[in-house]
Design a protein around this ligand. Structure first.
Ligand SMILES: N[C@@H](CCC(=O)N[C@@H](CS)C(=O)NCC(=O)O)C(=O)O
Length: 204
């Protein structure tokens, strides 16, 4: 059985939704990130960086990083394109999300990770906010004229849902992201998403 370590409202919401969608029995382990439960000695053995998500595979070994966890779960549960070119396009989206969109969020919320010079924080945060807004427009364009980011619902959509939630939580004008907002609405119609949103206390 798979075990997922997640933090409410964090990027781990993507694999959490995928596991709920799967219908397979799994063990959800909720960590309180504000209390630092991701930095206990026990958890650091699973994820040495002290981050979520972490997935324990059937043999009990840990798998970290959304770039690995999401394709793995997608292939296991039929939420991943089989065609090699379509798979490459899905990996391209995951790479954009994990290596560009997510770090911009980190620069906004965790400027101390990027400089020790506190006077530089506002500049880093302002630049990252404007970059994040541009990335949201890019994701909006990816959703234009289609229901889901791949040919059918896949692990890409729960991942995109997380970034939309973070943008909305900052009070950004999400309504102008018409296609992305429509995708958010489609996500919220899914019972698995409703269960995760309730469990993680996500307001959208
Ligand atoms: N590259 C990692 C990023 C993981 C990450 O930064 N997780 C955040 C939540 S979104 C976290 O655990 N933050 C807690 C902390 O940094 O203490 C992935 O995509 O899995």
């Amino acid at each position: 059985m798979l075990t997922l370590f997640y933090g409410p409202g964090a990027c781990s919401m993507a694999p959490h939704i995928v596991l709920e969608e799967s219908g397979e029995k799994y063990a959800p382990k909720k960590l309180d990130l504000a209390k630092g439960e991701q930095r206990t000695p026990e958890y650091l053995k699973i994820h040495p960086l002290g981050r979520v998500p972490a997935l324990l595979l059937d043999d009990g070994s840990p798998l970290t990083e959304n770039t690995a966890i999401l394709p793995y779960l997608g292939k296991r549960f039929g939420l991943w394109p089989a065609d090699p070119v379509k798979e490459a396009r899905a990996l391209s989206v995951i790479g954009f999300f994990a290596a560009t969109v997510h770090p911009a969020n980190g620069h906004i919320g965790r400027a101390e990770r990027y400089t020790d010079d506190k006077t530089a924080f506002p500049g880093i945060q302002a630049k990252a906010k404007s970059s994040y807004r541009e990335y949201m427009k890019r994701i909006d364009a990816l959703y234009a004229g289609r229901e889901w980011l791949a040919d059918s619902y896949s692990v890409l959509d729960p991942y995109a849902f997380v970034f939309y939630f973070w943008h909305a939580r900052r009070g950004e004008p999400v309504a102008e992201l018409k296609h992305y907002t429509a995708a958010r609405d489609r996500m919220l119609e899914r019972p698995a998403v409703q269960r995760v949103v309730a469990d993680e206390n996500v307001k959208l």
